[in-house]
Ligand binder design. Structure first.
Ligand code: HPA
Length: 277
């Protein structure tokens, strides 16, 4: 048994000692979007602290618990708070939660994040469906001995974000009259925001939104064969595109202001995912 697999299975044992809930959708809530938990018919919560060996986030505004429950009739496990590479965690730690949620039974991985708008047509407060990603500025979470139990050594990444789930997100946004951009997300290491020159560079290589999470989690999920979708909340124009310096407080305030629309979008989308198999 590989070391990584063994570690995930030990976490799974801790979870299974407390709940036998089997989720269909695994949802990750990004910065400032953590209060989505209130939209869930909660069956049970489980603090990350209660899972032996589980990485616990240090970022203000990130809670640290799994919520098990239902959105409509769809069983969901929701991560209220994720851990980031910039906190000093290894990539193995960063992707442990998604591996664990897959072992709980989740088939669909729904990522959300707060991001900077690199695309000059985006405004703060917009949403972007992630259609592809650039992760080359951070180490791959698959570096190291390959945990064969999860997937193959050299996994294909030509369609990380599932075509059918993209249709689901488009439909949900359409029904709610919410504009949903479609674009490429780039993950930087953080914790510093980017310089204007870096943002110009990222735009030149094809990025539309930039953030400090998500892409590596999507790689680990794709490695395991999960179906993936993602939405970036555009919290601010990226560096150089506005006169104001960037702050984490601004990101959180923007996310709070958009949270009602965001919640509706996620709820309608998840209900539709109930029909996906
Ligand atoms: N850059 C990187 N990450 C972010 C940003 C940004 O401008 N906004 C929110 N997360």
């Amino acid at each position: 048994m590989s070391k990584v697999y063994d570690r995930v299975m030990k976490c799974l044992e801790c979870v299974r000692a407390r709940t036998d809930f089997v989720p269909k959708v695994a949802l990750v809530l990004g910065s400032g979007l953590g209060d989505y938990g209130k939209e869930i018919r909660v069956e049970q919560t489980l603090s990350y602290h209660d899972i032996e060996g589980f990485p616990v986030s240090t970022v203000p505004g990130h809670h640290g618990q799994f919520i098990f429950g239902y959105v409509g009739e769809v069983p969901v496990v929701c991560m209220q708070g994720r851990v980031h590479y910039y906190e000093g965690y290894s990539m193995e730690d960063v992707v442990l939660p998604v591996r664990l949620m897959k072992m709980m039974g989740a088939e669909i991985f729904f990522l959300t994040n707060a991001a900077g708008g690199v695309n000059e047509t985006y405004n703060a407060g917009d949403f972007m469906m992630i259609t592809d990603q650039i992760s080359q500025f951070v180490p791959s979470p698959l570096v190291g001995p390959n945990p064969e139990e999860f997937g193959t050594r050299f996994p294909d990444m030509s369609e990380i974000y599932d075509e059918k789930l993209r249709d689901v997100l488009r439909e949900a946004a359409g029904e709610l009259n919410i504009t949903l951009h479609e674009g490429t997300y780039v993950q930087t290491s953080g914790p510093n925001f980017e310089s204007p020159a870096e943002i110009n560079f990222l735009r030149t290589i094809g990025a539309d939104a930039v953030g400090m999470s998500t892409a590596v989690e999507a790689i680990a999920a794709n490695h395991m064969g999960m179906r993936i979708c993602g939405i970036s909340f555009i919290a601010n124009p990226a560096a150089g595109l506005s006169d104001n310096p960037l702050t984490h407080e601004e990101v959180q305030a923007a996310a709070d202001a958009a949270s009602a629309r965001f919640k509706k979008l996620v709820t309608v989308a998840i209900k539709k995912m109930g029909n996906e198999n």
